[in-house]
Design a protein around this ligand. Sequence first.
Ligand code: UD1
Length: 423
Amino acid sequence: MEALNIQGGKALRGELTVQGAKNSVLPLLAATLLGSGRSVIRNCPGLTDVTASLDILRHLGCSVETVGDTVAVDAGTLRACEIPEALMRAMRSSVIFLGPLLARLGMAGMCYPGGCELGPRPIDLHLEALRALGSEVSEGTDGLRCAAVCLRGSDIALSLPSVGATENAMLAATAAKGVTTIQNAAREPEIVQLQDFLRSMGADVRGAGTSVITVRGSGGRPLDGGEVTVMGDRIVAATYLSCAAAAGGEICLKGVDYCQLSPVSAILAEAGCLVRSKGDEITLKRDPALPLKAVRPVRTAPYPGFPTDAQAPVMASLCTARGATMFVENMFSSRYRHIDELRKMGADIRTEGRVAVVCGVERLHAAALEAHDLRGGAALAVAALGAEGESTIYGLRHIRRGYADLVRDLTALDAKVYLAEKE
Ligand code: UD1
């Protein structure tokens, strides 16, 4: 079995350009279905979730061409409206294809995405939004079927600002007859990028980045192909900042928007790191001889709050901070699976329900670790870089869903890391 080996206790130095954002590229790939022409997406990260999305697009009849990190999708030949179970299983976020399929073909079918490593992942808000737009939704034991003769613009009030439900509603609404208003929309930067792409395809969408999004639908006419360059991944950037916070040293990350990272950089600065930004670069410096300090409670929240996806990496970096830091995970019920692994390294973390309290220890020691989910797996790399000795991380398939090449990136930051086959 392939494992990642990390030699800890060595300060990081260097710079790198952060990969394109997973949470941006997935809805963008789904959005290509709305165009009758060729769409071009640049700076696509080489992730297993991207490969799975491209497989779905091909299955649906699109022609897909990949040259380097640019992907061209021609959805003019779209013919199928069902995603088979094997392809659905390869990627949990495939529910994002419902809206565009319904918009283009008036029908969509798939099995349930089901739960995931983070606990149950309901899709009730996605389905409510599609119903509001005039789709019939039937939910059977074998899966979901959506059908609409003609989608019609509607007022959709989300009971919570779900990222995926906001995106699905936007995507379906582009083909509706009339105007759709999405209230309590998620405000994540990935939604702004989706709006930019939809506009490049000729859609009339406004308000992304605020909690009210308005879409004037095309009345069933397909959009044109569009163009977009995927923005830098703020969660990958938060992970690498956490790595440097844990190990010490000085790193510079390029290609990320500092403003999107401010909830994370504020915590790392409070812990004693020096964080600076210039243009699209962000640097973090930490003297390895000085321990970090505990910080005020970290509560995860929808954007612009502290991102749930950065909770595990930041927690890993604070395991050796002086004092106690409280984390409150408000977004997902099973997002503390990295904690047992961190305890194997000597971390002192107590949990009760949504709350975890990290009591800083003098140092972490190397251990054999298992990644149970994407960001929790990345957090183990953060901890291992700050620990004494060589740690081994198993379960790399989780990490590869969101990090295109962790070994390449950490090596660029002067870390001692390598992949090896282990029993
Ligand atoms: C997206 C991100 C994920 C991130 C999450 C929260 C992608 C591909 N994934 O996931 O990395 O952790 O946002 O920032 O962009 N909910 C419902 N009913 C629904 C939908 C969601 O109750 O129909 C709940 C969820 O259980 C969760 C909360 O809403 O508690 C937020 O989930 P949501 O914003 O939808 O996350 P995703 O879009 O799945």
